[in-house]
Design a protein around this ligand. Structure first.
Ligand code: NAD
Length: 455
């Protein structure tokens, strides 16, 4: 149904609240039906979505299919498990509670606000939306203004398939985001930078609204000597240059044992050429930088260290070649902020203690990558570092496993989602204790005098 797009934010929220109060969205059959409609909407518009992503980021179709369209699997997964997820779960009781029953009921929170980032502008809106619908909420979504083609298409599709009083899209930039954040929501799901995450949390605190903050950071990639060199290099190059490095969990920098650095660098360079050819600018499999501001930010990093491969740029195309940087120091700008682009600094270490100390000297990252066959080292890294998630001997693939909650810790975020975690995120778990009328044992009633001696 096409809805009136001119409605203002306050009206939209009010209407969604009214709908939520009717309990219509809480009905599990309704939720399944809406998830099916969402799937149909996305399948029917797949080509248009791929084109919008191409217009915004020149995202290769394959990368859109596996990086953005995985949401279709998320919908199927939610439909498959929703009856189980929504069932009240029995809680164990101590023997003195033998007359009682205890259960935990998931209930929707109400009206959720979902704010997205531009790098996976489709997935980062639709994926949390699936959780919001599955959990029985209404939702207001605000896609990123920096991916305008995708934002406009999401609005068109949602307006066509859903009533605004159930799911509404509000398009716009920072000002719109701030207007939304000034209102009271029952949940805020935000994906974006750590700096804006703090603004969101501050705004949410005014209404005591709970939040999920899916933020970023510098995700280290630690490479030991005990590895399969070819597989390691290929998986790193893929994870770093997928979407031209504009991935929140892209390996941000390499920490390589100095004994293997030279060999690794050779194979990394080989795979850059194998993946994207002699001139990656001509490759159909390589995306562009989202806008001039980020292009300028990234090209400044090319002044740091020594370029091993890449470094070429084209301003009008917003093209930056896949670049490997050597001889980078920790005080260089490229090591001071999240890179979020196709530049990979390589730092060597001589002792693993030193590498772990470096990781721990930085804010907690969203992802940590470790390449090793050494179980003792693996155990040590898992125990001595903290990150949103860890992926061992691969990159990015952790994002695709719906049984693994995805989210950050510390500066990289609060909360998690994907699969059941998405349902949990948009649910309140209500504890319900029930007594019966079968008996009424009077040990707790006044006068207490007679009871005290037996306690
Ligand atoms: P951003 O924080 O600049 O913007 C995100 C959203 O917030 C946009 O919709 C934008 O309109 C809004 N916004 C921006 N400034 C605001 C303000 N002052 N007040 C209120 N709202 C505001 O982030 P971005 O540039 O779109 O995305 C890049 C960042 O997102 C990176 O740090 C990246 O690591 C992170 N990210 C994290 C994940 C994750 O799942 N953890 C996924 C993708 C991106």
């Amino acid at each position: 149904m096409v809805t009136n797009k001119s409605s203002n934010i306050v009206d939209i929220i009010q209407k969604q609240r009214e709908l939520f109060q009717t309990s219509k969205t809480k009905n599990v059959s309704f939720r399944i039906q809406q998830l099916k409609i969402l799937k149909q909407a996305l399948v029917e518009n797949k080509q248009a979505i791929i084109q919008a992503l191409k217009a915004d980021l020149q995202k290769p179709e394959f990368e859109s299919s596996i990086g953005e369209f995985r949401v279709i699997n998320d919908i199927d997964n939610a439909i498959k498990y929703i009856n189980n997820w929504t069932k009240p779960k029995k809680a164990p009781l101590a023997k003195e509670f033998f007359l009682y029953s205890a259960k935990i009921y998931p209930e929707p929170l109400g009206v959720a606000l979902i704010i997205g980032a531009w790098n996976y502008p489709f997935n980062l809106i639709i994926s949390p939306l699936i959780g919001a619908i599955a959990a029985g909420n209404c939702a207001v979504i605000k896609p990123s203004e920096l991916a305008p083609h995708t934002s406009a298409l999401i609005a068109e599709i949602i307006n066509k398939y859903f009533d605004q009083e159930y799911i509404a899209v509000v398009e716009g930039g920072v000002e719109t985001s701030q207007k939304l954040l000034a209102e009271k929501f029952d949940y805020i799901f935000f994906t974006g930078s750590t700096a804006v995450g703090k603004i969101v949390m501050e705004a949410a605190a005014k209404h005591l609204t709970p939040v999920t903050l899916e933020l970023g950071g510098k995700s280290p990639c630690l490479v030991d000597t005990d590895i399969n060199l070819e597989y390691t290099a290929r998986r790193i190059i893929w994870g770093k240059f997928f979407n031209a490095g504009q991935t929140c969990i892209a390996p941000d920098y390499l920490l390589v044992d100095q004994k293997i650095k030279k060999d690794l660098v050779n194979v990394l360079q080989k795979f850059v050429k194998e993946f994207f050819g002699k001139n990656p600018e001509k490759s159909p499999d390589y995306a562009r930088i989202i806008n001039q501001k980020h292009f300028d930010r990234l090209t400044n990093f090319l002044q740091n260290g020594k370029i091993l491969i890449g470094g070429e740029t084209n301003y009008s195309e917003r093209y930056i070649a896949p670049t490997l940087l050597d001889q980078v120091s920790l005080i260089d700008p490229v090591m001071q902020e999240e890179i979020f682009g196709p530049i990979l600094p390589i730092i060597e270490y001589s002792d693993i203690t030193e590498a772990i100390a470096l990781i721990n000297s930085q804010p907690k990252p969203l992802a940590l990558y470790l390449f090793t066959n050494n179980k003792t080292l693996e155990k040590r890294v898992l125990q001595e570092t903290s990150s949103g998630g860890v992926c061992i001997n691969d990159t990015l693939m952790q994002f695709a496993v719906s049984s693994l909650p995805f989210g950050g810790v510390g500066d990289s975020g609060i909360g998690s989602y994907h699969g059941k975690a998405s349902f949990d995120t948009f649910s309140h778990y209500k504890s319900v204790l029930q007594n019966s009328f079968w008996q009424d044992i009077n040990w707790r009633y006044a006068p207490y005098k007679s009871i005290l001696p037996i306690l």
